[in-house]
Design a protein around this ligand. Sequence first.
Ligand code: ATP
Ligand code: MG
Length: 329
Amino acid sequence: MRKTMLTGVRPSGSLTLGNYLGAIKNFVDKQELYDSYIFLADLHAITSYIEPKKLKHAIKDAIAMYLACGVDPKRTTIFKQSDVLEHGTLGFIMTFQTKISELSRMTQYKSKANTCHKDGVDTGLFVYPTLMVADILLYNTHIVPVGKDQQQHVELTRDLAERFNKRYGNTFEMPDVYVAPVGNKILNLQNPLEKMNKSDDGNNKGTIFLLDDIDIAKKKIMSAVTDGYNRVHFDEDNQPGISNLMSILSKITGEDFSSIEQRYLGRGYGEFKREVAEVVADLLRDIQAKYRIYCDEELQNHILVEGAKQAETIAKETLFRVKQSMGLQ
Ligand code: ATP
Ligand code: MG
């Protein structure tokens, strides 16, 4: 039997180079090998307030982006999370299997709760990992390609699946996380101690959006914060900015770090940044040309209707099994 792969992105803003290199590219590269599912995590997008118009736009943007980045609807089921009601029900059930202490430990919760919520922290931010647990378990998923920031949530999924299976009998498949060795945490270009995020970079200078104007994207790379060592060398602790640019280059071209270091022996940061800027520009040009084709609303609706039908079939079967195990059915 073929194994199953699943991933998703929150339509909480325009997609970034981090989303592409950390999650979508890895998914696309493997989509032929698995029964593949990719979803628009719109229920995750409403864990904090998002203006309805912005959400609607971000959903359309994300589906066009998935297609432009190479997700193939003939091989992959593409669907919107809120179209498959089982996500909510299983999310609710899995929340009840979870300890408050487990959710309090999640680093994404801790970092987001600390920074951006003067009027109190939204419950959504606290409980969304259990919805993610449901997203993964509903499809009997074997492999979940995500960026490093989401690794802990997939580990929580394993813990909860194991707990549930022990308590109620074997019900869930055990998922594995796939965090690629390179590009799993693309950093903010202006603050290379922070991850590049699609939704919270004040002036956007540190974030490359996949739809950025090409010249602006290049400027962002050219003005990326580096260091005073003036050597192109991979050292995440002491040279996070340069290491970040090396990760971007390596992930896009496939060239390894030592080869990049060799080529730039004795050469300055200016030349190196120019190469990274050109490589990123080529990638964005390619994605943007395809994106324009996939903005077609009719095409998008067709894909989402078909996707929801396919996803629902599996999700319903799993939820039925869960209810049987628990005595609800
Ligand atoms: P938000 O600010 O809305 O949380 P985000 O950029 O973190 O946006 P998500 O929708 O939370 O995006 O995550 C989608 C996928 O992209 C996840 O698999 C996540 O791990 C991955 N990802 C997000 N940011 C990065 C990054 N900077 N580097 C590598 N992978 C990333
Ligand atoms: Mg995120």
